[in-house]
Design a binder for this molecule. Structure first.
Ligand SMILES: [Zn+2]
Length: 392
């Protein structure tokens, strides 16, 4: 299989550098580093703590809710929520603290886990109207296989639905406000143009979420337009006519995923997993899909950034662990192969172990990976002596 041009596709810097405050490197697409070697997510975390007037933001949130609240019984806000801690926090706050009438919506996981479904049921029982969007299972499988092969990300079809289904529900139910949790681009490193804004632009969806490939891309691989329909956004004119606005609660409220976990444990019946997720040390994030381990694993292959790197980086920024602790966790867990659902994943995609390993190797860029007699070795890691201080 031909090697992919990872640097060109994701516009990555050739020289790998690590943030001197957290564990992330400059290989995360769209992240920025300042002259002191601090990443944009760490700078944003500091800015959030020191500069933002949260009382003023609270008034802005009240005003936003007043602008959209309906009193005729109809829904007035769409909250995308898998039943996890973040969407659960958003929905519960909006409904029970701000008197909104949310319609919560979930795009079905490709292959749901038991714990994910259990948490979604508990969330609905805790007091929410809910719609589940489930695409044709045969098409979802076909798209997952194609996306794994061509984009190196089995999650691509899920991300289409996750991004576009709330828009479809907003248009269909004539609800103009969609409220997400955090803006991943500013919180975790990415395009900072929205750092000072509560909203996101629908025009950015292709670049920020779809790696530049919208659902229509797959037509040339034999998927019909009608099969792709549930994965697509509504027509742009209907989004505009509906006066649709996408907001992030993380702009209005200090966003702390661990606090959301405690909140949902108390209010929406959320439970964490009994064991840590493979590839990291955490038990309460991204639990819904048997496939997600392969999304994170391929991210590790492409960017050298695994699930533990991201989890540790968030927790360092939130002041929960030190950088040294984070580095140790990355060393221990990052890049661990997700074995638990491997056969399920292969069966779901209809590929063999050899085919998957070939796909994996096609995404190993020479600037990150080196072949040694003992197997593949990362040329750079945050725990290698030369990077311990975050130097390049
Ligand atoms: Zn950082």
């Amino acid at each position: 299989m031909k090697k992919h041009d990872v640097i060109g596709t994701y516009k990555l810097p050739q020289a790998v550098r690590y943030c001197c405050k957290c564990t992330v490197s400059n290989q995360r697409p769209r992240i920025g580093f300042d002259a002191q070697g601090v990443c944009s997510a760490c700078n944003f975390a500091q800015y959030k703590r020191e500069k933002i007037d949260w009382e003023e933001r609270e008034r802005e949130l009240q005003a936003l809710c007043d602008r959209f609240r309906k009193t005729n019984g109809e829904y007035d806000v769409i909250v995308p929520c898998s039943g996890g801690k973040d969407g659960g926090f958003v929905a519960h706050q909006l409904k029970y603290r701000y008197g909104m009438h949310p319609l919560t919506v979930t795009w079905a996981p490709l292959k749901p886990t038991e714990i994910g479904r259990r948490n979604l049921d508990a969330f609905i029982r805790a007091g929410f109207d809910h719609v589940l969007g489930t695409p044709n299972g045969a098409v979802a499988r076909q798209l997952t296989r194609l996306a794994t092969q061509y984009v190196g990300d089995p999650f691509q079809p899920f991300i289409y639905g996750q991004t576009n289904f709330p828009l479809s529900m907003a248009v269909q139910h004539k609800v103009s406000l969609i409220m997400y949790g955090e803006n991943g681009e500013v919180e975790y490193g990415g395009d900072m143009k929205n750092a000072e804004r509560p909203t996101r632009d629908i025009q950015d969806h292709d670049t920020h979420y779809f790696s530049g490939l919208p659902p229509e891309f797959w037509i040339e691989h034999g998927i019909s337009r009608s099969d792709l329909f549930p994965f697509m956004a509504p027509r742009y004119e209907s989004i505009l006519k509906n006066k649709t606005e996408i907001h992030f609660l993380g702009y209005y409220k200090f966003w702390d995923p661990q606090e959301n976990y405690y909140y949902c444990r108390e209010h929406t019946g959320f439970v964490s997993n009994t064991e840590r997720s493979e590839g990291t040390y955490s038990k309460y994030a991204s639990l819904d899909d048997c496939i997600d381990g392969y999304h994170y694993y391929l991210g590790f292959i492409k960017f050298g950034i695994g699930r533990a790197t991201s989890d540790a980086a968030h927790e360092i920024r939130d002041g929960k662990i030190t950088r040294d602790e984070g580095v140790a966790l990355v060393r221990r867990y990052d890049g661990e192969f997700p074995k638990k659902y491997y056969q399920d994943f292969l069966d779901y995609c209809g590929i063999t172990d050899e085919q998957f390993q070939e796909i994996v190797d096609s995404w190993r860029s020479d600037h990150l990976w080196q072949q040694t007699p003992e197997g593949w070795r990362l040329r750079h890691a945050v725990w290698y002596p030369e990077h311990l201080q975050g130097q390049g």
